[in-house]
Design a protein around this ligand. Structure first.
Ligand code: 26Q
Length: 879
């Protein structure tokens, strides 16, 4: 549930030095207070000599201080190995003969972190002085940090050498790092790509998130093929990347009573009080000293524990409040585009927004600017609706604490927030029961009722009651619901979707009334991915080959991805094609090795690797894929041994997690696993068809799978996948795209050329009406599909009854329109098989695909946000 909060520096302040406090009698808040030395949450603001402008050293002997200060990261081999040995010996207290890979990883990570911290401190002090803009991104799916940090710092080779001298290999140490699984699917990973790009593009951006004790669950597959979930204790061995900041904290209240006093103000008291404690993670930019900050909040009790109960022998009661506080950041909700309307989830959302806003407000006040200038220094990007409570929370701070008059406060709010929508699926549009919100956040509910939304609509469309009802913040059902998307739109100055088609759908379906009401508020910013992680880091072979032919300057093309167009010069060159294919084969072998090690299955690396990896969801239609696999299997079985020799061999790989409460998605996994079992055990198809479900999909597994794909599948029902970013990752690694006309796949096809992608299926225009209930006659629609469904019912892949509900959703309502697209899907697959047989032409498609992926760099996307929404400019930290 990412939030992106951009604290922006307005036009005038862009070039300003340390801002001078001004008390503006016009402004309605309290006068800002100045202390002699301020230690703001962003860093230290030193006093300056009035005449010379020099910093005044706060205490002690300046020369002694300066001598001890590290100003440059150690970059030669000896200082690198010294730093590693030093951390092994002191920080983690191990002797060299007692150091395993896990310990060595910690020591190396700490040595790298030392480098990051120097840059990070300097960047944050620089930002504090120049009063810049901050972006906050949450619920991250960052994956591993070590390789990324080494590549961005340009120190990978040097560290690799030093590590080698100490008797370890960098690869083994990289492998012993655990993924930070602090997010679900695309939304969380997008936020991580945007953080990487904002640091690399030297934009002053901050991330905010929750420091879950348990990240996304570990997925296990039971003997019957069903998904089991186990906790992910990713912090068990410590996290070398975070800096614990017990001095940076924000009080957060829940429940209690809100008593109105005067002029729209209220006093909110009693209830549960907890403290948010900061943990900072440095985010290094690529080949720049700029290092941004990701601040992760931990929940702690406000007042230790209850000593009275403890002394009376009631231990449970004594620690109860402390347990309840810590429960808030204990575990990530594993839902992706799927409802989980639980109170604890809303509590997490508020905790996160209140802590982050409290922090932003404190940093703003350190600038000493009048409160009315808040939007000139701060803009807050709501990444999906999950942080929308930030809107009433900012109102609460302004009206109740800063004593700003209501309508002035609302003007500040609506010039501060912008909102990105990431889904049009009805089940993923957040709404919360009013009684629940009222109980948890009584003051916020008052504020929401006070927003004059009703009057504004009534003025423009007098008497249009249906429109009033649709645009209301409250869904008047029983119980009533609070509509988070409506609140986000009303409280924001810009609203964007994440791909062209999606942005259009947002404006013509779910937010149609608002698009009419606020012309000019809506726009599109197509998603992007960071080429540092999704090409250089995950596919070093391809990265090296590209660098070789583009003139040896990796730094250049990795920061300007449009330069990949230069590859077209070599697209027909047999020598280059050979090297291109050799890299692909190597990546396939690397994956085959992993598969053999983890599943025992040996795969044919001469076969076409066909991959679909993403969250398991009915709209993403893994079902369509597995039904197609069954059809392929039956077809091969019908052939004679001679005919089978002509079949293009395929290895079909699936991976992805299902939300633990999503029955239909879990059933899909079970079907895939059981089809795989039958197919892989059948000697008739050996070497021709292999099917696998790889458990526990993660960022690290994605980094292994994506570079190995010949083709990848992005086959959502048209109009349901907002953008997709997996499609971009595969194409950037030279895997061709098999997809529906949906999300960003449409723009990929436009960029790389229709002749280089395999598109099929109905268009969104054909399908819109279909989403209403209608009974499907499968036999009439597709006989091949009917036959496949019968095979499952008849027990070919284990007890058919198990899959009854899955089959019935297709035979019955078929909401995601599998039967509409099945035949055209099979046709597309035939075309893929044919195309693969002409290897030179296939390789050319692969090269051209990579060459035209420049648009999908997250650098482009983040610059668009900076220019079109936040109005910020790069703030480079000088060497
Ligand atoms: C819904 C109701 C109540 C509580 C939570 C939710 C909920 C949870 C997760 C709603 C949505 C999500 C996740 C959405 C998501 O990951 N969307 C994906 O965002 C990507 C980045 O923009 C896109 O590329 C994907 O197309 C989109 O599915």
């Amino acid at each position: 549930m990412p939030i992106t909060v951009a604290a922006t520096n307005g036009g005038a302040a862009k070039a300003a030095a340390l801002p001078v406090p001004v008390f503006d009698p016009q402004h309605l808040g309290k006068p800002p207070k100045r202390r002699a030395h301020k230690r703001s949450a962003t860093g230290y603001i030193p006093e300056r000599d009035e005449k010379t402008g020099d910093e005044i050293w706060p205490r002690g002997d300046e020369a002694t201080w300066k001598k001890g200060l590290l100003t440059e990261p150690p970059e030669d081999e000896t200082s690198i190995s010294n730093a590693i040995v030093h951390h092994a010996q002191t920080t983690i207290a191990r002797q060299p003969y007692n150091l395993d890979d896990a310990g060595a990883y910690q020591a190396v990570a700490l040595a790298v972190r030392d480098d990051l911290i120097i840059n990070w401190n300097d960047t944050q002090s620089h930002f504090t002085r120049t009063a810049p803009k901050v972006v906050h991104v949450t619920r991250l799916r960052t994956g591993r940090a070590l390789d990324n940090a080494l590549l961005n710092l340009g120190l990978r080779n040097k560290f690799s050498d030093s590590i080698g001298k100490l008797g370890f290999t960098l690869e083994d140490l990289l492998d012993s790092e655990r993924d930070a699984g602090l997010g679900n699917g695309g939304l969380g990973r997008l936020a991580a790509c945007y953080l990487d790009s904002s640091a690399s593009m030297e934009l002053p951006v901050w991330g905010y998130g929750l420091r879950y004790k348990y990240g996304i669950f570990q997925q296990l597959i039971a003997p019957d093929g069903s998904q089991l979930e186990a906790p992910d204790p990713w912090l068990n061995n410590g996290n070398p990347w975070e800096i614990h900041r017990p001095d940076v904290k924000v009080d957060v209240r829940f429940y209690g009573h809100a008593q109105r006093i005067n002029r729209g103000r209220a006093v909110w008291t009693a209830g549960q009080e907890v403290v948010a404690i900061a943990n900072d993670v440095p985010v290094p930019g690529y080949r720049t000293r700029n290092t941004n900050n990701l601040r992760l909040w931990d929940a702690r009790p406000k007042s230790g524990f209850d000593l009275l109960s403890f002394n009376a022998g009631d231990y449970h009661r004594a620690v109860d409040s402390s347990n309840q506080a810590e429960a808030i950041t204990r575990v990530l909700y594993p839902n992706d585009n799927h409802d989980a309307g639980k109170e604890l989830r809303l509590k997490q959302q508020y905790f996160w927004t209140a802590a982050s806003l409290g922090d932003i407000m404190r940093r703003f006040k350190d600038l000493g600017k009048p409160i009315t200038e808040f939007p000139q220094y701060v803009s807050i990007q709501l990444n999906d609706t999950h942080p929308t409570l930030a809107i009433p929370e900012l109102m609460r701070i302004l009206v109740d604490e800063e004593e700003v008059e209501w309508s002035t406060a609302w003007q500040i709010v609506i010039r501060t927030f912008a909102y990105t929508n990431h889904t049009v699926l009805p089940e993923a549009l957040e709404k919360w029961p009013i009684p629940l919100v009222e109980n948890l956040l009584p003051r916020h509910m008052q504020i929401i009722y006070d927003i004059p939304q009703h009057q504004a609509v009534e003025r423009k469309y007098p008497g249009d009651r249906d429109r009033l009802a649709r645009m209301s913040l409250i869904d008047e059902t029983w119980p009533k619901f609070l509509r988070m998307a409506n609140l986000a739109v009303i409280g924001s100055f810009k609203v964007n979707g994440v791909a062209e088609l999606h942005s259009q759908l947002v404006q013509t379906t779910i937010l149609k009334d608002f698009a009419e009401f606020y012309p000019g508020k809506f726009r599109n910013i197509t998603n992007g991915i960071t080429p540092r992680r999704w090409l250089d880091q995950c596919n070093p072979g391809l990265s090296a080959l590209i660098t070789e032919v583009l003139g040896g300057k990796k730094d250049e093309w990795l920061k300007d991805l449009n330069l990949l167009k230069g590859l077209t010069k070599y697209q027909d060159d047999p020598g280059f094609q050979k090297k291109w294919n050799a890299v692909k084969l190597q990546n396939k072998e690397r994956l085959a090795h992993y598969i053999e090690k983890t599943t025992g299955v040996i795969v044919n690396t001469d076969s076409m690797f066909d991959i679909q990896v993403k969250r398991i969801h009915e709209y993403k239609r893994q079902n369509l894929n597995i039904l197609g696999v069954i059809h392929r299997y039956l077809e091969i079985k019908r052939k004679t041994p001679e005919e089978r020799k002509k079949v293009v061999p395929r290895t079909i790989l699936f991976a992805g997690k299902a939300a633990p409460g999503y029955y239909a998605a879990k059933l899909t996994i079970r079907l895939i696993v059981n089809v795989a079992r039958v197919v892989n055990a059948d000697p008739d198809v050996k070497g021709i068809l292999t099917v696998l479900f790889l458990p526990d999909y993660s960022v690290s597994l994605a980094e292994l799978l994506i570079p190995a794909s010949d083709i990848s599948q992005h086959i959502s029902t048209a109009g349901t996948e907002a953008s997709g970013t997996g499609n971009m990752k595969f194409c950037l690694n030279g895997g061709l795209l098999l997809g529906t006309v949906d999300g960003a796949s449409i723009e990929i096809a436009e960029e790389v050329g229709e002749e280089n992608v395999f598109m099929f299926g109905h268009l969104v225009e054909d399908l819109r009406y279909q989403h209403q209930y209608h009974h499907v006659n499968i036999q009439q629609r597709s006989q091949t599909l009917a036959a496949v469904l019968d095979e499952i019912s008849n027990g070919r892949f284990g007890d058919g009854h198990v899959y009854e509900s899955l089959l019935n959703t297709i035979r019955g309502n078929d909401y995601y329109l599998i039967s509409e697209d099945f035949d055209s899907y099979l046709k597309a697959q035939e075309i893929v098989d044919e195309a693969y047989q002409d290897r030179a032409s296939w390789t050319k498609k692969s090269i051209r695909t990579v060459a035209f992926m420049g648009k999908f760099s997250s650098d482009r996307a983040i610059i668009q946000y900076a220019e079109e929404i936040w109005n910020i400019e790069p703030t480079k930290l000088k060497a």
